[in-house]
Write a protein that binds this ligand. Structure first.
Ligand code: PAF
Length: 288
C-alpha cells in the first residue's frame, strides 16, 4: 500500500497502477477516522475494479462551523493501519495547502434546488466545499467508479449532479448504510459521543423505523405530516437529543413532499444533535 501526499505523486502512481494492474480504478474519498462503513466501500471498490484508491483528507472548506472542523477526529496513523489488510493500492493523504494552494481560486458550483434543502440550507457553503474537493479529487484520480455511503443521502445527489456538470466519465456507486448492532449508523462523529450520548443515539434509527410503520399503514394520498409530527415528538421525548431537521422528501429531487403519493420513492432524512455532536441518518420508505 503506497501513501502519496502530493498531487504529482498521486497522478504518477495512478498511471502506474493503470499500466500494471489494469484499466479500472475504484476510488473511495474519505475524511478519515475510518470505520466499518468506510471499509465496506473500500472492499467493494477493491472487488469491482483492478485497483483501489482511497483518499483521506479533512476538507476544511466543507465545514461551515469552525468548532466542528477543530474537533473533527483526525486519526491518520490508525487509519493507515486499518487499511493494511485490505490490500489497497494507493492512499492519498494531502495537506490543506496541497489541495488548496494559496492564491488559487476556489470553484463555485450551482447545484440548484438540490442544495437549497436540508444540509444545503442548514450548512451554508457545505455542498460547494464538497463539490470542490470531490471535483478536484476525481480529476486527479480519474476513477472508473467512485463509492459513497448512503448515510449522506443528499451528498450522493450533489456528487451525481457535480459529475454531470463536469462531464466526468465516472460511475457514482451509492452504498448501503452500515449500522452498529443497536442500529446507530456508523459515522466518524460517533467517536465524539460521550458514553451517555452513545447510549441514547440508537433512538435515531428506532424513531425512523417507527416512521416507516406509519408509512406502511398510510394510503397513497395520505399526508406525510403525521409521520413528521411523530418523529418530531419522539426526538423531543429523548432527553439530551434535539432535532435539527426531519424531512420526508422525493428520493430523486430531494424536495419535501406533502403526501406519500407525491414521489415514487420517499426518503426520511434526519439530523439530530447530542450536545455538540451532529448526527445524520435516513430511511427509504419506497412503498408507493
Ligand atoms: O463524506 C465525506 O466523508 C466527505 O464529505 C467527502 C465525500 C470525503 C468529501 O470531503
Amino acid at each position: 500500500m503506497k501513501v502519496c501526499y502530493t498531487k504529482r505523486d498521486l497522478m504518477t502512481e495512478v498511471n502506474r497502477l493503470r499500466r500494471e494492474k489494469g484499466e479500472t480504478i475504484g476510488f473511495v474519498p474519505t475524511m478519515g477516522a475510518l470505520h466499518k462503513g468506510h471499509l465496506s466501500l473500500i472492499e467493494r471498490a477493491h472487488y469491482e475494479n483492478h485497483a483501489a484508491v482511497v483518499s483521506i483528507f479533512v476538507n476544511p472548506i466543507q465545514f461551515n462551523n469552525p468548532d466542528d472542523l477543530k474537533t473533527y477526529p483526525r486519526t491518520l496513523e490508525a487509519d493507515l493501519k486499518l487499511l493494511e489488510p485490505f490490500d489497497i493500492d494507493l492512499v492519498f493523504a494531502p495537506s490543506a495547502e496541497e489541495m488548496y494552494p494559496p492564491g488559487e481560486p476556489i470553484e463555485h458550483y450551482d447545484f440548484g434546488a438540490l442544495e437549497r434543502v436540508m444540509e444545503g440550507k442548514n450548512r451554508p457553503g457545505h455542498f460547494n466545499g464538497v463539490g470542490v474537493v470531490v471535483g478536484r479529487l476525481l480529476h486527479m484520480v480519474n476513477p472508473t467508479r467512485a463509492y459513497f455511503g448512503e448515510k449522506d443521502y443528499q451528498q450522493i445527489a450533489i456528487v451525481q449532479e457535480l459529475v454531470r456538470q463536469l462531464k466526468l466519465p465516472v460511475k457514482i456507486v451509492p452504498c448501503p448504510i452500515v449500522r452498529e448492532d443497536d442500529g446507530l449508523a456508523l459515522s466518524s462523529r460517533n467517536l465524539l459521543l460521550t458514553p451517555e450520548q452513545r447510549a441514547i443515539a440508537p433512538a435515531i434509527h428506532r424513531i425512523l423505523l417507527a416512521s416507516a410503520d406509519l408509512c406502511k399503514a398510510a394510503h397513497r394520498d395520505d399526508a406525510v405530516a403525521p409521520a413528521k409530527h411523530m418523529v418530531e415528538q419522539a426526538v423531543a421525548d429523548v432527553p439530551g437529543m434535539t432535532l435539527e431537521y426531519f424531512e420526508i422528501v422525493d428520493g430523486r429531487t430531494l424536495q419535501p413532499i406533502e403526501t406519500w403519493y407525491d414521489a415514487p420513492e420517499q426518503v426520511g432524512c434526519i439530523v439530530v444533535r447530542l450536545g455538540d455532536v451532529r448526527l445524520i441518518d435516513n430511511i427509504r420508505y419506497g412503498k408507493f
